[in-house]
Ligand binder design. Structure first.
Ligand code: NDX
Length: 256
């Protein structure tokens, strides 16, 4: 049966960090081409309805760690921390796979990016799940450690901001509409990328709570992936709406 290979975990985490840097270099200047940044001429044949696309893309990030957790034999009994942390990860992707897609009013999503997104979710789901279920070892009192408690708090706060902001974005459109409007309310009062800010806080919280190379690599990846995207959204809004709130920042309230 499966066991822990620390070398494998470190290699996969480093690769994830390298992928993050690749993303950063690719998407700092030009945004990834989906949603409001998709080129107009993209053939409709190369796209899938947003619902199917987000469901398929995110499903592996839920399924892979959930299966690793359920199928581990013998079941891992000692550290409560590992299972709890794996459940947190699955909880986020339960929302992203089974709830978010069914309410989204987003435009059809490019198949090519869906393919890469799915590969990414398989890779990351395996890395986080495998590490937590087969490798991680926490002291018995990890649940009262300041890293666990503060990380968990950040995770919950970030998740709350992310879900609330997703909801505010969705309410900007009636069903069937595909136009863009100025987001209002919640953290959108201060930043253009409120949903991204929430997601970044969430994964840094997760990284602090698990205190592990895979989770820090993923938090860094998230920052490199959607950080630039928040900046491109911000520029898009400034270009599109002359009445866009002047004091609003891109990603970090009052700063940037
Ligand atoms: N999926 C993470 N890389 C990604 C999909 C894209 O979960 O080739 C990363 C994720 C993938 C990416 C994933 C991995 C890397 C890929 C990339 C594409 C290229 C890249 C594969 C897996 C790649 C290499 C080179 C390394 C291979 O019509 P619409 O869709 O624009 O409508 C939108 C609507 N909306 C508005 N409606 C009215 N008025 C407005 N002003 C509006 N503004 C937006 O709201 C959408 O329906 C909805 C949200 O839109 P948006 O653009 O704000 O968010 P979006 O980017 O679609 O993300 C949705 C949520 C969000 O909460 C975000 O935090 C989370 O997913 N997310 C997204 C991306 C990555 C990620 C989280 C993470 O890294 N943790």
């Amino acid at each position: 049966s499966m066991q822990c290979f620390p070398g494998l975990v470190l290699t996969l985490s480093s690769l994830l960090g390298a992928l993050a840097l690749l993303q950063l270099s690719l998407y700092l200047r030009v945004p990834s081409r989906y949603g409001k940044h998709e080129e107009r001429l993209c053939r409709p044949r190369g796209r899938l309805p947003a619902r199917c696309a987000w469901f398929l893309q995110e499903l592996p990030s839920f399924l892979v760690p959930a299966l690793l957790l359920a199928l581990r034999s013998p079941p891992r009994l000692e550290p409560l921390g590992c299972r709890l942390l794996c459940c947190l990860f699955c909880w986020h992707y339960f929302y992203r796979t089974f709830i978010y897609p069914f309410f989204t009013r987003g435009r059809p999503f490019p198949l090519q990016l869906l393919f890469f997104g799915m590969l990414f979710c398989i890779y990351n789901g395996f890395l986080q799940g495998y590490y937590l279920i087969y490798c991680a070892e926490y002291p018995n009192d990890w649940c009262t450690d300041i890293r666990f408690t503060s990380g968990l708090l950040l995770f919950l706060l970030g998740m709350g901001i992310n879900i609330h902001s997703d909801l505010l974005l969705r309410q900007l459109r009636k069903p069937g509409e595909v136009t863009y409007k100025i987001p209002q309310g919640g953290l959108f009062t201060y930043i253009s990328g409120a949903n991204y800010f929430g997601e970044i806080v969430e994964w840094f919280g997760f990284a602090i709570a698990t205190w592990s190379p895979p989770a820090f690599a993923f938090a860094f990846f998230t920052l490199c992936c959607i950080g630039p995207r928040a900046y491109h959204h911000h520029r898009y809004y400034l270009k599109t709406f002359t009445d866009y709130p002047k004091s609003r920042k891109a990603l970090i309230p009052f700063v940037f």
